[in-house]
Design a protein around this ligand. Structure first.
Ligand code: TRP
Length: 449
């Protein structure tokens, strides 16, 4: 393991680690998915359940992944082998690589949409359209056979370039630059939104508790959303954890990343809902919320041209730093397990992803025969990843580290071999062993009944 440690790539600084992990966490999940989940699941009630999920389930699982990664210094497949040489856990590692592939496939499509909308914003295409036309334009675009695929492939290309530049020079550096920019853009957008007339209605939708809206499906949605947004439950942070140095305080890193990620989701909602209410648009819109509703909003506020460019740029940048973490999972696995150069691994992965993303995109329009379990491939991949693969993936991570690894090892990793204080570690360990598995199973079974 010592040798391995010397030669293996690693992140340069603690700030870099947090930014790379926040880069992975903050993405379409925060800006595209969170607001519409919140809108469809009753506003503040959803937010509360979500916060609980992050605190009691998200942080422990994130920490568990970082521990597994840093201890094993390996990709998702080998990490289980290193920590449990006799077990069969590494097969689970393959499931995680597959999950990364499934998530990337639909994620690249939406990331491609964000590029199209940056283009449309810059070329001022929203202002000439009525609300109905905006909605029709989105449907026409997203179901088109060529255009979305064109942008998707450009996005895959951009992602591949970052991955090829390497862990420190590519992933870490781009996250250190883009994440602070993203924070500034989102705060500017929030200020714009809350200063619109009648913004208070949107704010009270966001912050007025209506507990009657909470039911088991809201809880599963919040759980899936928390895992999706924090990038946990499929080994992404095992891979990133393997690049983290030994002097990093993993607990502190997990808390910082979770807080920042949650903050961005809330800010994105504050940037969106007051504006939506201000114009009297229905907040319970699904996935099309940011692509149809928001252009409407932009066109009706002063300076909408600039705001729309800023917003879609934000969306595209956030998507980029997230999707590099997914491609890195696949790249690290392929290059280390099949002993090929990173370049070859990136090339093969990108090619396969271009194919499966194209199928996802086609499934929304011309290729409507591309269905699994009655859903278009795109919706199926979204559904299966957030509602099945990630909760189950998180469950297995908790069980693996909580029950199949030694407590001593876990505490050594948490305390950096005894150098840090260990007060909350017992709580973490308890959550990991009992609370996380039971809670995930209960939500899950309740939903499947
Ligand atoms: N967290 C990202 C988002 O919110 C998406 C993402 C990146 C992801 N890497 C992941 C989701 C790993 C699950 C697992 O958009």
């Amino acid at each position: 393991m010592e040798e391995n440690q010397q030669s293996r790539a690693h992140f340069g600084s603690k700030f870099g680690v947090v930014m790379a992990a926040v880069g992975s966490a903050v993405g379409l999940g925060n800006i595209w998915r969170f607001p519409y989940e919140l809108g469809m699941n009753g506003g503040f009630a959803f937010l509360l359940v979500y916060l609980l999920c992050v605190l009691a389930l998200g942080i422990p699982v994130m920490l568990a992944e970082l521990i597994i990664g840093r201890r094993s210094r390996s990709n998702v497949f080998s990490s289980f082998k290193v920590l449990s040489p006799k077990g069969k856990w590494h097969y689970l590692g393959i499931a995680y690589v597959v999950a990364a592939f499934v998530i990337s496939s639909f994620y690249f499509v939406v990331a491609g949409w964000s590029l199209e909308y940056v283009y449309q914003a810059i070329t001022d295409q929203f202002s000439s359209r009525s609300p109905l036309e905006l909605s029709q334009a989105f449907t026409a675009f997203s179901t088109d056979a060529f255009r979305p695929i064109f942008w998707t492939i450009i996005f895959i290309f951009l992602t591949a370039i970052v991955i090829l530049a390497g862990v420190q020079k590519g992933i870490e550096n781009i996250s250190k630059v883009l994440m602070p920019i993203l924070f500034v853009i989102i705060i500017v957008l929030c200020v714009r939104s809350v200063t619109l007339p009648n913004a208070s209605e949107g704010l009270s939708f966001l912050f007025y508790p209506d507990f009657s809206k909470i039911n088991s499906s809201v809880v599963l949605s919040a759980l899936g959303q928390a895992f999706f947004s924090l990038s946990i439950g499929m080994g992404c942070l095992i891979t990133y954890g393997s690049y983290v140095k030994k002097d990093n305080n993993l607990l502190k890193t997990s808390v910082e990343v979770s807080v920042l990620d949650t903050l961005v989701s809330v800010l994105a909602s504050v940037a969106i809902f007051p504006a939506v209410f201000s114009l009297g648009i229905n907040p319970a819109k699904g996935p099309e919320l940011v692509f149809i509703t928001l252009p409407n909003v932009f066109m009706q506020i002063p300076g909408g041209y600039v705001w729309s460019i800023l917003f879609f740029l934000l969306l595209a940048l956030a998507a980029l730093t997230s999707i590099i973490s997914l491609l890195e999972v696949i790249t690290a696995y392929v290059s280390e397990e099949f002993k090929v150069k990173r370049r070859t691994a990136v090339f093969v992965a990108s090619l396969l992803l271009a194919l499966s993303s194209s199928l996802c995109s086609l499934s929304l329009g011309e290729g409507s025969v591309l269905k699994l379990f009655g859903m278009p491939l795109f919706n199926f991949f979204d559904y299966i990843s957030a509602k099945v693969l990630m909760p189950l993936g998180g469950l297995f991570i908790a069980i693996f580290l909580g029950w199949f690894c030694s407590k001593k090892m876990v505490f050594n990793e948490l305390s950096n071999e005894g150098q840090l204080k260990t007060r909350v570690y017992e709580l973490f360990y308890f959550l990991l062993r009992y609370f996380v598995p039971i809670a995930i199973l209960m939500v899950f079974i309740n939903e499947l009944r």
